[in-house]
Design a protein around this ligand. Sequence first.
Ligand SMILES: Nc1ncnc2c1ncn2[C@@H]1O[C@H](COP(=O)(O)OP(=O)(O)OP(=O)(O)O)[C@@H](O)[C@H]1O
Length: 278
Amino acid sequence: MIGPNGAGKSTTVSMICGLLRPDARQVLLDGEVVSAGNSSAKHKIGLVPQELALYDDLSANENLKLFGALYGLTGNQLKTRCREVLALVNLSDRAADKPSSFSGGMKRRLNIAAALLHDPQLLILDEPTVGVDPQSRNAIFDSLEQLKREGRSLIYTSHYMEEIERLADHIVVIDHGKVLADETPAALHRRLPAQAALQVDLAQPADAVLLEQIRRQPGVIDIAGKDSNLQIGLRVTEDALPLLQWLTANGQPPLHFMTAKAKLEDIFLGLTGRSLRD
Ligand SMILES: Nc1ncnc2c1ncn2[C@@H]1O[C@H](COP(=O)(O)OP(=O)(O)OP(=O)(O)O)[C@@H](O)[C@H]1O
């Protein structure tokens, strides 16, 4: 789920977890209504809240034991689960240390471990990478990808399209409490008029006549850049080869070229607008 600041992501997460009652309709999990009073449905959910929920005076393992006990785990089962979730988030060697000595990324990973103790079917993560460095972000994503491979469902909120693109099989874009798109990444991508970009360096600067000729070639949506360095928006990647052949045949063989898939970020900005949010 992606949306700018204040879009309603955390509110939606609170409703899915039964922490907030929707004004209309209801949340169903496996056909069961999720509500404050339905602990069987809530037991199937693991929540990683936006705010860290850890006790600084307890070690990582003691924190997990406490959360596990709240879910009704005891004895060997509790011990085993603590060990398993610490391994999943790569914190086994820091089990005896207190979160106060952890980096932001390690605290986030411990928070994820806490949400997994009771082996939930559905893991909900509310912007779990806020304030973490790229290394920790990558480690978090490795763990989440492993959970996906194990068949667990994830609901992940973010305002970074690159995170959503890496993880999601289905993307929901929300803003001002409304769903703006609800589809697969491929379907969302198809909404872009130019789904590919071709960057070319020509031997000589392109004049107005050449630019107009390029603009009329099949698949060309728009042209940016200037002189001999052009960025050409193409309908699909397959339009690149005929265009490169046409340039060569018309005395402008590209010195360098590169194709790239257009970014879903543009769709996100197109749907939610470019104005700043507070
Ligand atoms: N469907 C809705 N209808 C009306 N108000 C809503 C709705 N969803 C959220 N809000 C209100 O919008 C505000 C921001 O919501 P929320 O904190 O859920 O946004 P967010 O997307 O999680 O933002 P951030 O990225 O900054 O954490 C809150 O005051 C919330 O009560």
